[in-house]
Structures are given as structure tokens and as C-alpha cells.
Design a protein around this ligand. Sequence first.
Ligand code: AMP
Length: 866
Amino acid sequence: MEVMKVQQMSHHVVFILLAATVRSQVNPEMCRYPLGMTGGQIQDEDISASSQWSESTAARFGRLDLDNGDGDGAWCPDIMSEPDGLKEYLQVDLRSLYFITLVGTQGRHADGMGNEFAQRYRIKYSRDGSSWVEWQDRKGRQVIEGNRNAYDVVLKDLEPPIIARFVRFMPVTDHSMIVCMRVELYGCEWLDGLMSYSIPDGHQMIYRGLDVYFNDSVYDGASAERLTKGLGQLTDGTWGLDDFLHSHIYGMWPGYDYVGWNNKSLPKGYVEMIFEFDHVRNFTSMKVHCNNMFSRGVRMFRQATCYFRSGSDWEADPVTFRPNVDRTSQNARFVTVSLGDRTASAIKCRFHFSDLWMLFSEVAFQSGSAVYNTSLTPRKHGHPTNTLPGEDPTHKVDDSNTRILIGCLVAIIAILLVIIVIILWRQVWQKMLEKASRRLLDNELTARLAVQTQAFSSLHSSLSSESDSTTNSTYERIFPLCSDYQEPSRLIRKLPEFAQSTEHLGLSTSCRALASSGADGAPHYAEADIISLQESSDSYSITAVNMNLFAGTDSSMREFPRHKLTFKEKLGEGQFGEVHLCEAEGMQDFLDEDLSIEGNNESPLLVAVKTLREDANKNARNDFLKEIRIMSRLRDPNIVRLLAVCVDTDPLCMITEYMENGDLNQFLCMLRLKEAADEDKTEPEEKEGESMVSYSKLIGMAVQIASGMKYLSSLNFVHRDLATRNCLVGKNYTIKIADFGMSRNLYRGDYYRIQGRAVLPIRWMSWESILLGKFTMASDVWAFGVTLWEILTLCKKQPYSQLSDEQVIENTGEFFRDQGKQVYLPKPPRCPDGVYNDLMLSCWRRNAKQRPSFQEIHTQLMESLP
Ligand code: AMP
């Protein structure tokens, strides 16, 4: 608290001092202050967006969070409303013009529950709110590399900086990628008030056979005969060097720093520049940074004649200024043109040549009592701060002013140093506390779990010799939960650190697995008590039931006429309701060209129709719509394709391609593995009513799942519930991943609840998903390892079938402790050592970073194909 207060106070002091200095000088080196997304100075109403995924991901949540709180709250666009996802934006209105030098972005992790971030983004900006400019760097690149994970803040220098009031962050996304952003802008107020300048574009010089370009390469307005309505190099805060052939910006062409004109190309003998300002101002002077390398035909201007305009016409009496001619120094310099306190909203100046070339790199204005200048201190190379670099030493700035400025700067630096020390001290202190508490927790965990060791060793032996005790895995989804469910035990709370550090562990805080099923009839999902989540759910829960789901025009989301569906049979039952096989009349018109459904030119087409049960509450309805959104964006041969929807009236339906052989779990359950000797024998694969499958076919299925997951991971999309039960089988052993029910859970409050409990597939979940609530691509990889195990054991048993749910959670504790006591799923029969050791076990590595990627898994499996 104390520290916070000190920090707040020093913030205020800095602010007051800054206000004083900013009014007199803007220094681009220092011009890197957060503009108020983090600190709250930017109001909610000034943050808007093109769309939002849900109420809980509205624009106002897009504030960068430096304290890295719970990582929840971010702006996430509705990927549906813009088919190519490229026009989605988060907009910040700064209320006045700012010189912006830096941007920061961050993703959304929500303490491990979220994994959304923008890997790349673009920036658009506007000074007036109507004409928008796409920012590009000095080499013309528009896309900025953003975040690589959901946690870290990534800061990017804007080179060149921008002068704007409105800024838009536009994530560059694949069509189906869910992105979330939190942002901050850094800079300082743009007190010049200059909205645009108009100049003839610069010319090209050939100096000793070298092409030297003096064009205004970062001008952001229109360019025809003259450059108009924009700002550019003359206001980018960067000055040219004495030798115009060199630039202090690495890798740029000769002449880059300057905008320059050739006397011969402008027969009037002068360059006319028009400066437009935000409002009428009282101008004292103008500073022009000029090159003066007369040995190469370049000299500062001979005369400047400036006209003023407050209304519609230029006033008749201009101000004329003739600087002293410098025949000795070839230094580049600021030349101050006195403007005689004239009032104007526009100034037109004619700069007369005194040699063959005239080169400018910066122009700044002083109006009222302030010295409005972005260029008073150099950006890249150092000069003493009490004289202006490049300026004729005889032309000194007002000394008293300078002293005040220096005084203020020193004060600011001192205060900043104090703040940095306080922040560092705070961080070190926090780290020490964390370490200490972790050590405590670890010790306690070690002590408590040691008690369970005995139980585990017997468990270990029972597992490794997996007996034939039939577990009779009831492959019955537990979602339409009924009385089968028993009281949940306090499993995770038995692991000490997860019992105690509830506040910051998200799901783990309250995750209580179901100790119900034990060896027989064990369900795939275990319940997690989310009572504490419910308490906080109000702020996260999605309220927008009537989302404008079809705002975009995506053909895959087209409404299908319900009366053209003819019910054939019930295929199964899921979390939302029943799944039916139907004939769809005229469905061909709804199919994309790329969609190859066998016999898709037959009419009517067989389709699977998933219906939301009539008594579904608002949350289930929202979830159903979200699953539609997610699925509509996924296009891969190994992902089940959504064909159309019926959402105009109730009951809501999603129509997907029909997979003739149902889900992979049931499908494999009915098969037997061919003997190795029979591998090469071709059909018939039927033997006494029992179908046979070869090992290579099984690996072929795993390859397809890995391929589908590779696609999802390329979209940074975490499935969260990969298992054979969630894969469907079509003709010729085609496998497609389905069931995106879990992946839609953007917010912890969205966890599917049955009587207040979240349901989790603990036997497929990584240790960090169970204990820390952390779902990532790497936890999908873990689940893939379990799925591969299921495939190679033909789903004859549930993973860890000998273990009760309670023991599964205990085993998770062993993975966490990593003392060699954790139990792994055993090597399936016929599974080569290479596949088990190098692939399956690598999916269950404790360190998520050491698990393979789906790309690697896919390659490895392909290579293992016999
Ligand atoms: P779900 O609600 O997605 O879990 O589906 C419930 C069950 O319906 C699955 O386990 C499958 O047996 C069946 N099913 C779902 N979608 C399809 C489909 N596209 N083709 C064939 N069967 C399906």
C-alpha cells in the first residue's frame, strides 16, 4: 500500500512537472509516456471496436495490463463479423493530437484459461477521424510482429512515429483464429498543432554517379504534383546529419534524412510550403533544420517570406526573414525564422534558394509562449542540450528558457530514478515472497504426497501389468447428466499448494474431481466444483444472447430451410441435445466448391443435424451459437465441416457433414487388431463377425488427427478436449476432429456447468491443465498422446482404467513433483518402442515446452508408417 502511494504521488509530481515542460518543449527521446490505456486516463467511451466476441470482450477491456493481474479482460473481435478478419479493429480516441512513438500489445491468458493473442497486427491512424492512414515503417512494411504468447507485453517502436488523434489496432488474423488484444500507446502531446503541410516533393540528385533521393519518403498524405494533406519527414522528429549522403537510420538510401529541391527544377527560385494548423494560433517563430554542405552545392535558404491566413484569404503583408549567410561552417543547423507574433491557422512560406540545392529535414513551430518543437533534442545522436545541434553557435536559444527546461528535466530524471528503484524493490520483494511461499508449498506437498507414495507404488505395478479386469468403459457422454453422478470429492484440495494458493490459480482453485466411478463405468469427464467461479462469473458471463451472429456474409453460415430436412435416425446425444441423421434437400447449393463430400451431388444429401434441446437455458444457447461460430471458420480435411445452420427459429440446429462410421471410440471398440503376419493380407477384414484392422491403418488414423491438430495449432486454436470420442469416422477410415464444445470457453465463467459444476476430461488432461487450469497447444499435445494410446489399444479400456478419478488427480500431483513416481500409460501391444518412447511419452513431458509440436508429431507418425 505504502509503495503504491509513493508511486501514485510520484506519478502526480511527474505529471505536474511534465505538464510544465510539455508546454515548453516536446522531446522525442523522452516522448514515450503511456497515454492512458493502462492508467485509465483514456476513458472507456473513447475506446471502441469494429466488433466484439461477447460483452465480456468488449473494446473497453482492451487495456494493457502491466501488473499482469489475472490476465483476463481483453478485446476480442467477433471473427464472424468480418469474413477475412482483416478489418477488425480496436480504436482509441486520444481526444487531441499526440506524437506517438511506441505501441504495446498483450494477449489474454486469464490465468491459463485463455490463450488468445495477436501474432501480427497493423495500425491505422487519423488526425481528423475521417481520413485514415495505414502506418508503415521506413521500409514500407505495414505488418507489425505482435505477441508470441498470451502473457508477455510486446513493445514496438513506431519508426517513423505518428501524429494522430485516433489510432486503430488491427489484428492480422487467419479467418478462424480467435485473437484478443490489450494495448497501450506511448508518446506525448503534439503541441505544434500542425495538421498537415503541403510541399513540392523532393528531387533526385546524382552525386558522383551516386543516386541521392531527397523525396519525403514517410509522407502520409496525398501525392500528386505536390504533396498535400499529410505530415512526413519534416515532422518525424529525426534530423539529418551534416553529410546528407549518410543517414543515421541504418540501411537507408543516401539523402534519406532530407527533403530537398533543385533550384533548376523550380524556376521561380523558391520552394513554397503551406502549413495547416488545428486552430488559429499566435506564432512567434518557426525553426527549420537545413543542410549547409556548400562544397556540394547545398546551402540553407537565402530568404523566407511567410504569409498568414486566419480565415479564407491570405493576408497581404508577409513576414520576410533573411538569415546570415554562413560561408565557413558546413554543419547542418536549425534556422529560426521570427514570425512576429502573427495570428493564423495556416502559414505559407517561400524559401528562396541561395545555391543549387536546398535540403530540409525538420520544421517546427512556436506559437503563443510555448516552444512547440519535436526536434529540440536529437533522437539518434547526442548534442549538448543547452545549444541546438547544428545551429550556428551564435544563434543560441533563450538561455533562461533553457535553464528552466534543464532544471525540469533533471527533476524528472531524479523522480523517475526514484520510481524505478521503488518498482524494482517492489518486484524483488514480491519475487522473494513468491519464492518463499512456493518453497513452503513444495515442502508441504512433498510431505503430504509422500503419504500417498505407497498407494502409488502398488498402483504402478497394477498399471504396468494392466490386468484384464474389465473396466467396461461406458462410452456414454455424461453431459446430459442424470442421477449417475455422485458426490465430488475434494481431490485437488488434497494437494496442499492447490488448496492454499486458490486465489491466483484460476480453475485449480476449485477443481474437484469426481471420485465416483473408480474402475467401472468411469466417465470421461470429472466434475470440477466451480462454486468460486460462480461468484465471479457475473463479470465474465456472456449476456448477449441475441448476438448478431450473421453480421458477416459467410456462405458456410447460411440459413438452411428447416422444412427441407427429413429425419432418418438418431445418431447420438451430446451436450446440447440430440444429433440426428437427416436428408437435406437442395444442400448442394450450400456447399463450398472445395468441399468434397462423397456423393455430394446426390440429392438429397445425408447430413448430421445437431439440435439444441428445447429446454436449454441462455448460457447453453450462447455456447451452442459459439460452437457454430468456431466451426464455421475451420476448413481442413480433418476437421468436421459445418455446412449450414437453422437459427432463425427454435430449436437451433447446426448441420454438419455426416460421418458414416460415427465416433472413433465406438468404431475402434468394435475392431480387433490384425496379427502382424496378416498385416499385408488384403480384405476381407471381417473374421467371424468381428472386423479386423491393421496396425498401419491405426497409425493412418493418428496421422489424420495429427494433421487436423496441426491445422488448429497453426491458428493458435486450443481444442481442450481431444479424445477418440470427439473424432468422427467417415468412409475409408477418414477421420475428422469434431466437438469444439470445450474450446469455445473463452472465459472461465463459461465453463460448462451442470448444477454448478464444470465437467473436465481429466484422463486426457495435462497436469498443468488440471492443477493450474492452463490450456495450451502443449496441453492439446498431451491429450493427443492419450488419444494415440486409445487408438493403439483400440479403445478397449479407458486411460488409467485401474485408477479412480481421485487417483488420476493424485497421479497429476506426481507429474507436478516430477520425482519419478508418476504413472504413465503403458505401451500398447504391437506399438513399436520408437512410437512409445519418442512420441507418446514425449507428449507427456512435464515441461510443456519440451513436448513436440503437432507439426513434429505429424512428421514422426508419417515416418513411422510401416
Ligand atoms: P456430440 O454432440 O458432437 O458429442 O455428438 C454426439 C454423438 O453424435 C457423437 O458421439 C456421434 O456418435 C454422433 N455424431 C455427432 N456428429 C456426427 C456426424 N457428423 N456424423 C455422424 N455421427 C455424429
